[in-house]
Design a protein around this ligand. Structure first.
Ligand code: ADE
Length: 253
């Protein structure tokens, strides 16, 4: 996979992309990231990338010319053309389903904005998609692009070294993950649940599954509701959960 990132601040990516799993995956050639400063595509003397909004009002708006020129030039640098994704607070709210969908693409172009917003023609005629990482406003799309790349890299075969952990982690199966423990078995008087020390693997699996359900029900009823509706929760799981919570889960469906 190739990811091109268009930004006014390429230096914001150096720390996050030069460490840990992202750095290793790049070194191993599992995916390629190219950073581009779209100010390089300005043609005026002062290299303006923004201008006043028509109709007045506070703040500046990203101009269309440099972004169109940058995206078109970057598309020409490699094959196939990439899907153009703007990072904005108005985009589709990022979740694991969207990560899976994007991880299947051979190439992505991530466009990071600054200032008050993008000229609407960029949104309408240049972008294929818009992604938001949450209902809050950042000063720019760069941290959002970093978040997206982190989530994508985890889905690239070979990037983690331990592919099993992928299928178990939170959100992959639509539920939150079960609790983890490691040595010591007792710490400051707090013990690890006996079942995990029993060596009885089928029972451990069952306990983990149930903890995962319980945790999702308590912390993220919205996710549990979706899991109940799409058949990810068996009848037996559901009965157990209803007993444990002393509620009827039909209310959530
Ligand atoms: N740019 C500014 N805020 C953002 C957000 N919440 N998600 C993605 N990009 C953004």
């Amino acid at each position: 996979m190739r990811i091109d990132i268009l930004t006014l601040f390429p230096e914001m990516f150096r720390g996050p992309f030069d460490a840990s799993i992202v750095a290793r995956a790049r070194e191993q050639g599992l995916f390629q990231i190219e950073l581009h400063n779209f100010r390089d595509w300005t043609t005026d003397k002062h290299h303006h990338v923004d201008d006043d909004p028509y109709g007045g009002g506070a703040g500046m708006v990203m101009k269309p010319e440099p972004l169109f020129a940058a995206v078109e030039a970057v598309q020409d640098q490699a094959e196939p053309p990439g899907r153009v994704i703007m990072l904005t607070p108005q985009g589709r709210l990022l979740n694991q389903g969207i990560v899976e969908e994007l991880a299947g693409q051979p190439r992505l172009l991530l466009v990071c904005g600054r200032y008050e917003g993008f000229d609407e023609r960029i949104r309408e005629h240049l972008a294929d998609d818009e992604i938001s990482i949450g209902d809050y406003v950042l000063s720019g799309g760069e941290p959002a692009a970093i978040v997206l790349v982190e989530a994508l890299v985890r889905r690239i075969p070979g990037a983690l070294g331990n592919e099993e952990s992928l299928d178990e982690e939170s959100h992959t199966q639509g539920l939150l993950e079960y609790p983890h423990y490691t040595r010591p078995a007792e710490f400051r008087g707090w013990s690890v649940p006996d079942i995990l020390l029993s060596g009885d693997h089928p029972e451990i699996e069952k306990w983990r599954r149930r903890q995962s359900l319980l945790r999702t029900a308590r912390r993220r009823p919205d996710l549990l509701s979706r899991a109940l509706q799409n058949g990810a929760v068996s009848d037996e799981d559901r009965r157990w959960l209803e007993e444990e919570l002393e509620t009827n889960l039909s209310d959530l469906m």
